[in-house]
Design a protein around this ligand. Sequence first.
Ligand code: HEC
Length: 141
Amino acid sequence: MKRARAGIPMSASLAAVIVSLSLSAPARADSDDGASARGRALFETYCVLCHGTAGKGDGRAASLQKVRPSDLTVSPRSDEYKLQIISNGGAAMSRSEGMPPWKTVLTREQMTDVVAYLRVMAEREHPRSAAVGGSSPGVKP
Ligand code: HEC
């Protein structure tokens, strides 16, 4: 007598479970930090020409500036100061007018997003974990 095997219906339902599991997997897209991701897009549009893609002050037009654009990865300034100079420009802060004011171009929220990205860039160039002797693998000597 032939025994009925549940093999086929089983694997079909198993397949259904796998499909539904993969469909319900959480989306990774915006899970890290939306602000710095938005800030990055803005930085790459408005700031890289002077400050360079890594923020080190070596953009394509940096050499045309009377004052060298700041290396934003080593800036000792507070986020609040950065917001001020980004918003109002260098001249308003008794710095070089080579740093343009952005308040007519960017909203306050967009400037806050850019500052969030400046933190990411600084951390990328100078990982704090390395400075305090952290254990991250792959940290450059
Ligand atoms: C036309 C060139 C130019 C562009 C474009 C530009 N900057 Fe600057 N930026 C400068 C210069 C030059 C300085 C240095 C001013 C000084 O030292 O007097 C500066 C300084 C700064 C500082 C001060 C940093 C510190 O440590 O004091 C910040 C923050 C900054 N820029 C952010 C930005 C951001 C964000 C953008 C894009 C929205 C941007 N800059 C676009 C030229 C530019």
